[in-house]
Ligand binder design. Structure first.
Ligand SMILES: *Cc1c(COP(=O)(O)O)cnc(C)c1O
Length: 241
């Protein structure tokens, strides 16, 4: 292609992205997962992931395992979690590349196990649905699911998480009861000493609006691109688009 013919382009300020991640880390006093799904919200998957690593973000969140593989091929070494569904055919690749998968269905997990060889170790994180209605086991099934996962060979349960549908809206009467459901699950697991090492819930809006939801990790997408989560949920001072 003749570059001379391109008269429009997008310039991404990776310094702003690094700075926003540091801002989020300081504002929440919590480790940040930089969510880089969908080509880093259009900003460039690999470039943003590398900027996130430079900003000491220990985790990257992607929607699909292919995005995680692209990151590994580009030399990205941090921890990666696939937030969406992964087909059983892809789990050997995920295990080989050290990419964590989201799980919420025992039959799918059994299919994963059958794809893996004895030497493989697959990191998984259990998803709980507290009201989003997308992916996850219901809170009343969470303890049984965790026990099931702990009994599976070649599977390492690295974390447990949930996702809020409306944390960017002003009404607090949905998110806080939803978070209470997740907390109850964590308490049950703690009482049985089977809480996974990592528990997380907050997206950008929850990380800002609901400090109690920050737990071990905040999964922030929109905020690290310097955009307000919604008209009602504004970024704190200091974030840059
Ligand atoms: C996209 C996504 C996020 C990031 O959400 P933002 O509102 O952009 O911060 C966090 N968690 C999950 C599960 C997601 O799918």
């Amino acid at each position: 292609m003749d570059v001379e013919l391109n008269t429009t382009w997008v310039e991404i300020d990776l310094g702003a992205i690094r700075s926003n991640i540091q801002q989020m880390n300081q504002f929440t006093n919590t480790a940040v997962m930089a969510v880089v799904k969908a080509n880093a919200y259009g900003h460039g998957l690999v470039e943003v992931a590398k900027a996130a690593q430079q900003a000491q973000s220990p985790w990257l969140g992607v929607a699909r395992v292919e995005e995680g593989v692209l990151l590994r091929e580009a030399g990205v070494t941090g921890r990666i979690l696939v937030l969406g569904y992964t087909a059983p055919e892809q789990v050997r690749l995920a295990a080989a590349q050290g990419i964590d998968l989201t799980v919420y269905d025992p039959d799918v997990v059994k299919a994963y196990v059958s794809q893996l060889s004895d030497g493989d170790r697959l990191n998984v994180q259990a998803k709980v649905d507290v009201g989003m209605g997308r992916l996850g086991v219901f809170p009343q099934d969470a303890q049984g699911f965790v026990e099931f996962l702990r009994g599976q060979p070649r599977i390492n349960l690295a974390g447990i998480f949930t996702h809020f549908p409306t944390a960017d809206e002003p009404a607090r009467n949905l998110t806080l009861p939803q978070f209470a459901r997740f907390e109850r699950v964590l308490e049950q697991l703690e009482a049985r000493q089977i809480r996974p090492p990592l528990a997380h819930a907050a997206n950008s809006a929850a990380a800002i609006n609901y400090p109690e939801t920050r737990l071990d990790l905040v999964r922030t997408g929109i905020a690290i691109y310097g955009l307000h989560p919604s008209p009602e949920t504004r970024l704190p001072q200091g974030f840059r688009p």
